[in-house]
Design a binder for this molecule. Sequence first.
Ligand SMILES: Nc1nc2c(ncn2[C@@H]2O[C@H](COP(=O)(O)OP(=O)(O)O)[C@@H](O)[C@H]2O)c(=O)[nH]1
Ligand SMILES: [Mg+2]
Length: 264
Amino acid sequence: MCVVCGCGDTTADLDYGAGPARVSVPGMSQARAIKLEADVLGANDRVAAANRAHFAAHGVTAYNLVSSPGSGKTTLLCATIEYLKRHAPALPLAVIEGDQQTSHDADRIRATGASAIQINTGKGCHLDAPMVAEAFARLHLHSHAHVHDEHAHDHHHAESLLFIENVGNLVCPAMWDLGEAAKIAILSVTEGEDKPLKYPDMFAAARLMVLNKTDLLPHLDFDVPQCIAYARRVNPGIEVLLVSAKTGTGLDAWVEWLMHPPSA
Ligand SMILES: Nc1nc2c(ncn2[C@@H]2O[C@H](COP(=O)(O)OP(=O)(O)O)[C@@H](O)[C@H]2O)c(=O)[nH]1
Ligand SMILES: [Mg+2]
């Protein structure tokens, strides 16, 4: 007899996502949990839609970078900004940084010369659309003079870029729409190829999976084709790029992807 719940089975695995709410909240019924989630996400999604319209009106292509802590989001952003400074110096760009505490990452971005706003979420484990709306209002990205060249009305070519680095974890940011053109999941090869299967919501929500730290592959057992197969099992349409933010390998294709945002 199991001493915790009194059931007879002491070996069966536990699944707290099997109920209709897909989540267990102590002290709350499944029906109440569903209602609460619908209310909160509904409020968020209305602001996300306004963000999306606001970005479009200003020619801003926004990307929501999601990953576990330490996969290399900030390092990749710094490398991307340096790359763009060399190859597209006139392209306006800015960064919104999300972390529970500190402005370390915004400071790292500002050191490249780019504008950055830090959002500290306190106990929060993800950014939400109202936070991004408030941060965007502080950036001057939306007040830049539009360049009406041959690309100005070409919706397949980004006029300006907004990078949103979400709070590092592979769970919470998955279901929060910030108004981005795409979520981009960064997975470093030190994390293990099974992460898309273990955290399927994140990889299902992402348009692109970037495998980072490929410079370390010679030292690891990480199976790249297996990882891509796992990611496509949860999201058959997911695109994949391999990069090393440290050495610059793969940055050409990465920037090419960013500059030609996927259609909705
Ligand atoms: N070897 C290697 N290390 C990297 C690479 N990208 C990031 N790192 C390191 O990984 C650590 C975490 O990077 P950071 O950008 O802070 O990750 P974040 O938490 O996702 O923003 C730092 O020590 C980086 O120097 C890479 O491509 N190769
Ligand atoms: Mg970071």
